[in-house]
Design a protein around this ligand. Structure first.
Ligand SMILES: O=P(O)(O)OC[C@H]1O[C@H](OP(=O)(O)OP(=O)(O)O)[C@H](O)[C@@H]1O
Ligand SMILES: O=c1cc[nH]c(=O)[nH]1
Ligand SMILES: [Mg+2]
Length: 210
């Protein structure tokens, strides 16, 4: 299945706290990071394991399961994606980071690229794209385009809140990509904001609201 809605009680509780009007920058930041960790746990569930033989504590040979050598690159979409970084890296601390900078034009809602620094050998890696918001899908689709152009073959997106419009557009453009989200919300408003959504996630994480 290409869309995974994570209904774990901890995810849903933290999402509820994120939706509160007037939430402080500190609380918003902490919760975005925490939900990032929990969604990453789900998004990495299908990583392949291999059996290895090791010496146990009392000297016998035992068989254990370890992650296969599949390497991961985490891909935060600037700015708001940075808010999930610490939480995501807590579970996969050895992952390399590929940074993509996109800013939505507030009139046209088109993503405007301004930065791209991908890690090497991306064709051998799983890309885990992280962004709190999937609205029209323009930013995620542009990021996936960049990753595929660089040769990446396996891509998952970890999103806090998604709009149906953005999920549909992304899966139409890139049916092979898997999306993990805490919520599929109702719709986009006339300004392209997700309803009920979280408001402007970048501004709330960086404290640039108002
Ligand atoms: O699906 P879309 O319609 O493309 O909208 C989603 C994008 O918009 C937000 O970023 P924004 O452009 O506000 O930049 P910021 O993170 O710097 O605030 C959000 O973090 C996504 O990247
Ligand atoms: O609802 C939205 C849509 C785009 N970007 C946000 O930060 N929030
Ligand atoms: Mg923003």
């Amino acid at each position: 299945m290409a869309l995974h809605i994570i209904d774990h009680p901890l995810v849903q509780h933290k999402l509820a706290l994120l939706r509160e009007q007037g939430i402080s920058t500190k609380s918003f930041r902490e919760l975005v990071s925490e939900v990032g960790t929990l969604l990453t746990y789900e998004a990495t569930k299908s990583l392949p394991l291999e059996t290895q033989t090791i010496k146990s504590w009392e000297g016998s040979d035992i068989q254990v399961s370890k992650l296969q050598g599949k390497k991961i690159t985490v891909v935060p979409i600037l700015r708001a994606g940075l808010g999930m970084m610490d939480g995501v890296m807590e579970l996969i601390p050895a992952a390399k980071v590929s940074v993509v900078g996109l800013q939505r034009n507030e009139q046209t809602l088109e993503p405007v690229p301004y930065f791209e620094k991908l890690v090497g050998k991306i064709d051998e890696r799983l890309s885990l794209v992280i962004d709190p918001m999937l609205a029209t899908g323009g930013s995620l689709i542009a990021t996936i385009d960049m990753l595929k152009e660089a040769g990446c073959k396996q891509i998952k997106a970890v999103i806090l809140v998604a709009a149906p419009e953005g999920v549909e557009a992304t899966l139409n453009a890139h049916p092979d990509v898997e999306i993990y989200t805490a919520s599929l919300d109702s719709h986009l408003n006339e300004h392209g904001y997700i309803v009920p959504g979280l408001g402007d996630a970048g501004d709330k994480i960086f404290g640039t609201l108002g």
